[in-house]
Structures are given as structure tokens and as C-alpha cells.
Design a protein around this ligand. Structure first.
Ligand code: AMP
Ligand code: TRP
Length: 333
């Protein structure tokens, strides 16, 4: 079976190590193994579900494209485009919002987290966000969606929406039910300041994350200041259960080196954090420095990035508008 890959990243700035290890690193492998069958989308319609500064949003859209390319996604092998430039996404989202049920959306934990205490003040867009995400995926007959663990529930909703559309309109297998591709071991990279919280773009303290644009000094400094516990590093993974910070840092070390957690634990068995942190900074600098330099070089070349987006738009629009037309016919338009 030919795999068709689709994923999206919001252009909300501060792309970090969690985005890289949880999602983008996986995109790069898929891009190499599935030439001409991967689509990577900069989801600006999703970004405005919370308030954005228009000037910054425009810059962040280009920076996200630059990051994709700097991390190794090849625009000759994959489609890279900007969601709002393909109007089928908004149109399909409406059709699907008439199929999705309130009860399903009410279960979404990301909405609850992002809306906070005062849900009445959250935007309608933030609430219906997963329906737009389903439209993104279903318009391209996607078979596999590489995402971090936090998007698993949205993927399940997407599957439910596809199945209900097919059932309601008696069009067996018209919308393809996609599979999530979530890394087994390191699908959730945690904050450097608190091992129980996800590493996030929106966290106030910059020390909580490693941004893909950080320079070497920033990286070394952030790892030095990363929270740890008073014990030496453990002899086996079972001992990491109640040590979220140690687990996270060892997880980062394993993921960036493409080795198992077991192997990293063996390497640092009984050593102290300062020795481990030195090794960790070293490998992070080695892997991330070329990426950050390339992001900077590419963001200065706006016309190159705009050209990539325009080519991507044409290709994506061709696929999505055909699927949308069929959806419209099916519902009776
Ligand atoms: P976002 O920045 O929310 O658009 O997320 C882009 C991708 O990065 C999604 O696939 C997320 O699941 C993934 N991601 C975001 N934060 C993390 C994290 N802390 N650990 C692992 N994956 C993450
Ligand atoms: N909701 C995803 C996130 O915040 C981004 C996204 C939008 C996405 N549309 C998508 C991911 C389609 C995968 C497929 O991380």
C-alpha cells in the first residue's frame, strides 16, 4: 500500500526541541522514504484560534517553512504549503462540522487546557479546531499522520468524523480513515523546568525549552540550568518512574542520538548529572547548530520561501479542490 502522509505545524513562533523530536524529525524520515507522498502544512488558520499579531504571524509562517527545510524536508520530494492559501480547508471544515457532534468535541482535553477556567471567553475557532484539522487530513486521502502524543485525541476524532460522514451519506471508504504515527518512546518532550509539563511554545520562561533558533551558548546554559534531582543517574529504566526530569533528559539524549532509553541509561549508570549534562549539551549543539544556522540563512531569503509556498499551494490546491468537489456532490450541492 502506498502511504500518504499529512501533518501540520502552527506558525506560532518558537519552534522547539519538542516539535523537532516529537514531529519534525519524523517528517524528515517519512519525506525520504515516501517521495512525492508527503504533505507538510503550515496551519495558519489554526494559529489564529488564539490572538496573533498579524506582522509576527506573517514572519512566523516563513520561519516555519524555513525550519522544515533546515531540518531536512526536501521541497522537491514533499509538498510544503500554507493552509489559508487553499480555501478547500475552510470549506471542507464546514461540511465536516455538520457531521461532527458537540459531545465529541466536548471531550477534547486540549480545548479544556487552552481555554482555561473561563471557557465562555474562548473563541469558537479554538473549540472547533479539531474539525478543521480533520478537514486538513481527509482532503488528501491521508493514510498516516505523524504527530506528537498531544494530538492523539484529535486524530481519533478525525477518524470518527470520517466514519460518520461515510455512514451518513452511504459512501463506503470515500473519506479514508487515517492512522496516527506517534513515536513509541519519546512522543512527549517535557519542560526543562518541570518534568510534569509538556515543553511548549507558549510557556513564559524561555529556560523551559530549547528553541530551534537558539545559539550554542543558549543551549549549554539551558541544559546547565535544567531541573534535576539529587540522586545519581539510575541503573535501569524502572528507577526512572518517579524521576520525571531525569527521564526527560535521558529521553532527549536517546531521541536525538536515535538510541533506546535502555542504552542511554546504561551509558550513564551511576554517573552524576553534571557529567551527563555536558554530554547532552554537546550532542544537542552538534545536531541543532547546523539547523539554527540554516533557519537564519533561509529566513533572510523571503523570495525563496515564498516560491516554495506558491509551488506547494498549486499542488495542494489541485488535490484538495477535487476532493472537496466530490464532498459537495455527496452532500447534495
Ligand atoms: P504545534 O506547535 O502545536 O503546532 O505542534 C507541532 C507538532 O509538534 C505536533 O505534531 C505536536 O504533537 C508536536 N509537539 C509539540 N510539542 C511537543 C512536545 N513537547 N513533545 C513532543 N511533540 C510535541
Ligand atoms: N493541531 C496540530 C498541532 O497543534 C496541528 C495540525 C493542524 C495538524 N492540522 C493538522 C497536525 C493535520 C496533523 C495533521 O500540533
Amino acid at each position: 500500500m502506498i502511504k500518504k502522509i499529512f501533518s501540520g505545524v502552527q506558525p506560532t513562533g518558537n519552534l522547539h526541541l519538542g516539535n523537532y523530536l516529537g514531529a519534525i524529525k519524523n517528517f524528515v524520515e517519512l519525506n525520504d522514504d515516501n517521495e512525492n507522498n508527503c504533505i507538510f502544512c503550515v496551519v495558519d488558520l489554526h494559529a489564529i484560534t488564539v490572538k496573533q499579531d498579524p506582522k509576527k504571524l506573517r514572519d512566523n509562517i516563513r520561519e516555519t517553512v524555513a525550519t522544515f527545510i533546515a531540518c531536512g524536508i526536501d521541497p522537491k520530494k514533499s509538498i510544503i504549503f500554507n493552509q489559508s492559501t487553499v480555501s478547500a480547508h475552510s470549506e471542507a471544515a464546514w461540511l465536516l462540522s455538520c457531521v461532527a457532534r458537540m459531545g465529541w468535541l466536548n471531550r477534547m482535553t486540549q480545548f479544556k487546557e487552552k481555554a482555561g477556567k473561563d471557557k465562555e471567553k474562548a473563541s469558537i475557532g479554538l473549540y472547533s479546531y479539531p474539525i478543521l484539522m480533520a478537514a486538513d487530513i481527509l482532503l488528501y486521502d491521508t493514510t498516516h499522520v505523524p504527530v506528537g502524543e498531544d494530538q492523539k485525541q484529535h486524530l481519533e476524532l478525525c477518524r470518527d468524523i470520517a466514519q460518520k460522514f461515510n455512514n451518513d451519506y452511504n459512501v463506503d471508504d470515500f473519506l479514508k480513515v487515517p492512522e496516527p504515527l506517534i513515536q513509541k518512546e519519546f512522543s512527549r518532550i517535557m519542560s526543562l523546568k518541570d518534568g510534569s509539563k509538556k515543553m511548549s511554545k507558549s510557556e513564559l520562561s524561555d529556560l523551559s525549552r530549547i528553541n530551534l533558533t537558539d545559539n550554542n551558548e543558549d543551549i549549554i546554559n539551558k541544559i546547565k540550568k535544567a531541573k534535576t534531582d539529587p540522586l545519581p543517574l539510575p541503573a535501569n529504566t524502572d528507577e526512572l518512574v518517579d524521576r520525571p526530569e531525569a527521564r526527560n533528559l535521558l529521553g532527549i539524549y536517546s531521541s536525538i542520538n536515535n538510541i533506546t532509553l535502555d542504552k542511554s541509561v546504561n551509558e550513564f549508570n551511576g554517573k552524576n548529572f553534571s557529567e551527563f549534562k555536558e554530554k547532552l549539551s554537546q550532542v544537542l549543539v552538534e545536531k541543532l547548530n547546523p539547523i539554527s544556522l540554516e533557519i537564519k540563512r533561509l529566513t533572510d531569503d523571503k523570495s525563496f520561501l515564498d516560491k516554495i509556498l506558491l509551488e506547494g499551494q498549486k499542488k495542494a490546491n489541485y488535490i484538495a479542490s477535487k476532493k472537496l468537489k466530490k464532498m459537495q456532490e455527496i452532500v447534495g450541492f
